[in-house]
Design a protein around this ligand. Structure first.
Ligand code: UDP
Length: 434
């Protein structure tokens, strides 16, 4: 769908990428830093390789944050002062959007007109800023939701707090203002249409990718000895932000059931939880430790703080299977990463996971969150090395189809499409605002 303008295909030369609430420079796997950070880093680098310069605007959260940091050739991170560096949580940020927008507009005003050809915003908070910036500069707004309040609220973990109505209103406004909406999967595109009245001509599906240089099959023995794991262990790994939405508790409950059913597994079973508390999980950071103790499986569960991606690749290689019992997941990058390392994935059949995982081929998809069902799904991975080997090989082949190069090329096509046909929505919005 490359668009021709005046007979020539047109891509933006330089874009403003907005990531208000979390910086691509932060360590993912805890707090507000997760898949979106990885997505922005990888996408921006690959866009730069396609000669699309990227400037990422993010809120400064530390007095040491330099005003600009070069992330990679052609990718600049700009720290915008909007509110105090410390003490604000994501839920406080709607009150800082005006200050953030001011910082973005002031940066652009320091350049010649036409400095940015396009705005790509990530998550609704950034979409609010992008809405104004794109209109002010007369350029298209491309938006990626990453998660949606209505979708999250429809699948909340028991006792988890729902996203507030103000977020739904903000998301609806962003959908209306955007020229293009990039969805991770066809399912996410359908949700945007169903819940937020996105029009078909706004929607584009671009699967995220996996860094196949970092995440690749490797020596399991070496990985296990580096991580202090026994060579003969059945390792059921959880990796990611620890919050009710990701349901690490379902893994623990399933492990307790599995050990009841198969007591002989106890000596070999290891369940590492790699990541830090996030979101509503921050309120009770010790609750998973307590649960492990209550379930009597404190001896098999090991907690590890978040790690950089090279080390995480070792965790995937060391694992027998990665387990993702999430209640909702817009894609689930860790599923792709583990598979790229040759590790099968046992995942909830929600969100993007049925695209990331091929049921019965590269892993298992589980419907619902019943610990008994999860124990049944996990058992073959703990007891059948042949199945683990076959699915691991298939997983590596499957994940190899999801490079970030393809994601960036798909995104660049969406940009080109929006530049070829920017006017209708912008004019409509301007008229309404006038
Ligand atoms: N991650 C990491 N270190 C960790 C745990 C996770 O770098 O210790 C990264 C992981 O590589 C993945 C991201 O965090 O790219 C999590 O993305 P995912 O889409 O699975 O979940 P999200 O955080 O977006 O909900």
């Amino acid at each position: 769908m490359q668009t021709l303008v005046g007979g020539r295909s047109r891509r933006p030369r330089r874009i403003a990428m907005l990531s208000v609430h979390t910086s691509p420079l932060h360590q993912p796997g805890t707090g507000d830093a997760g898949g979106m950070n990885v997505y922005i880093v990888e996408l921006a680098k690959r866009l730069a390789e396609l000669n699309i310069e990227v400037e990422v605007f993010t809120r400064a959260v530390c007095s040491d944050d330099a005003p600009t940091v070069e992330l990679a050739p052609g990718v600049l991170v700009r720290h915008v002062t909007a509110g105090p560096y410390e003490g604000l949580i994501k839920e406080d940020l709607p009150a800082q959007l005006c200050a953030f927008t001011h910082g973005v507009l002031r940066t652009e005003a320091g350049h010649r007109p036409g400095h940015y050809d396009l705005v790509h915003s990530h998550y609704w908070l950034s979409g609010q800023v992008g809405w104004l910036a794109a209109q002010r500069w007369g350029v298209p707004l491309v938006h990626t939701m990453h998660t949606m309040a209505k979708v999250k609220n429809a699948a909340l973990a028991e006792g988890d707090s729902p996203e507030p109505p103000a977020r739904v209103i903000g998301e609806t406004q962003v959908v209306e203002a955007a020229d293009r909406l990039i969805a991770n999967t066809a399912e996410e595109a359908a949700e945007l249409a169903l819940h937020y009245a996105a029009r078909p001509d706004q929607l584009a599906v671009v699967h995220p990718g996996v860094n196949l240089d970092v995440f690749r099959p490797g020596d399991q023995r070496g990985a296990r000895s580096r991580l202090g794991l026994p060579q003969d262990a059945a390792v059921l790994l959880f990796a990611g932000r620890i919050q009710p939405l990701k349901a690490p508790d379902v893994l623990l409950r399933a492990v307790a059931v599995l050990l009841d059913r198969e007591p002989g597994l106890r000596e070999r079973l290891v369940v590492p939880i790699v990541g830090g508390p996030s979101g509503s999980g921050l309120a009770k950071p010790e609750s998973l430790h307590k649960l492990a103790a209550e379930l009597g499986i404190g001896d098999v569960v090991r907690f590890h703080p978040p790690v950089g991606q090279d080390r995480l690749a070792d965790w995937y290689r060391a694992a027998t299977a990665l387990v993702m019992p999430s209640y909702s997941e817009s894609f689930g990058l860790v599923a792709l990463e583990a598979q790229a390392c040759g590790t099968p994935v046992v995942a909830a059949a929600v969100g993007g996971l049925p695209v990331a995982v091929r049921d019965g081929v590269t892993g298992t998809l589980v419907a619902g969150h019943d610990p008994g069902d999860w124990a049944r799904a996990l058992k073959p991975y703990a007891t059948e090395p042949g199945l683990v080997r076959d699915r691991g090989r298939a997983a590596a082949r499957h994940a190899a189809e999801f490079g970030w190069g393809a994601a960036a090329a798909g995104t660049a096509e969406v940009y080109a499409g929006s530049l070829g046909r920017p006017a209708a929505r912008l004019t409509g919005s301007r008229l309404r605002l006038a």
